[in-house]
Design a protein around this ligand. Sequence first.
Ligand code: SF4
Length: 449
Amino acid sequence: MQKKTFHLISLGCAKNTVDSNSIGNILTDTGYRFTPDPTEAEFLIVNTCGFIQAARDEAIETINGLASEKGKDQYLLAVGCMAEIFSQEIKKSCPMVDGILGTRSIFNILTLIETVQKQNSTVRPAATPIPASQFTRLGPSAYLKIADGCGRYCSFCSIPYIKGDWVSRPEAEIIADAVRLQDAGIKEINLIAQDTTAYGIDRGEKDALPGLIEKICEAAPHVPWIRVLYAFPGFVSDQLIDLLADHPRVLPYLDIPLQHAHPEMLKRMKRPSDVNWVRETIAKMRDRFPAFAIRSTFIAGFPNESEVEFQTLYDFLAEMKFDRVGVFPYSFERETDSARYGDTVPESVKEERVAQLMTLQQSISLEINQRFVGKDLDVLIEGTQDGLLFGRSYRDAPDIDGIVFVEGKAAVGTIVPVRIHTALEYDLIGKLLKKGEANTQRINFLSAL
Ligand code: SF4
């Protein structure tokens, strides 16, 4: 073990990855060094996810995995979302943990380190100011956090209890981060928050997201792609749609988790239940840009989900033909409002419903992908696999969507035109085009569809 070293494992979503990056920066700025080898590190840190039971099980397993190899001079720290409201569970299941720090205090990592060194005990320091920079890089892309927390209290979700209410970052700090990412050569900035469309709501601002995006574009003119993730139904304004559809550097892509399509079910979920708004808004997006890429996520097996309600969801997916869909089985979380309904749908039924929806979506995804055969797409190259380049087009957010495999030679981090010749269920295969060969209708995205 070497003094003033740390090993950090980040679990959960992109927002957690950004927090992990900020913890890493705080530590390196004060003389600590990251090591990929846990046996070398003085501090073993796990940034946990506590969103659902499966995530908490993974966190316990990860912490105990490190604990089993932990030397007597090493400190094991559990931080993040699970540590915020399930610290007792961590203490019980992971007795080797030396320090716990919830997500709302996560940037007080140095206080925790000092305390465990002095006392070797579990503490929960008070919250400290949030760092001015909040982004994480993933090769040529980056996630940039614009806000944290959530005040919507959907009945199945523990995030508001874990993270607290919305806190939007000051515009100047976000813009400064975007400029830093531009200076570092980043080609794609993904804007994230629990709910990006709520940006500014805590300061009394209405529909502040489009203005923020425009300012980012202005301040960082050499970042070719800006992508918006995690929009909330009912809060996607016409201004936002115009920007996504028209701006040459804002991708015509939106991730809008809808969770269900039956109005009664949406009411039980405490979500907006106006499904017509969804239909009209998606029609508007496709009207403004026919190949607008829309991603959504859904929950199957929410308490008392009837056959009729499930069928409504199935028919809705068949009707809407989203480009990308994720479906998750309902996870019973005792601290959420939906716990009062119990967990009434058997796991086998939940799994069967997830499988039915995903099978349907597979055929829709293939059908949409086939429309791109013979078309040209700009692709951000991320690496090579089995002799092919691979990367993503405007239709693919990092980690969650498809991949475009590319025949030809190009450097990682470049955006190159590719003519698609093969459509798979989720991915595409194409050939790199020479300069001037691409037939692009809208710069940076795709040929006419
Ligand atoms: S919008 Fe709903 S599902 Fe999303 S983080 Fe907030 S409470 Fe959870």
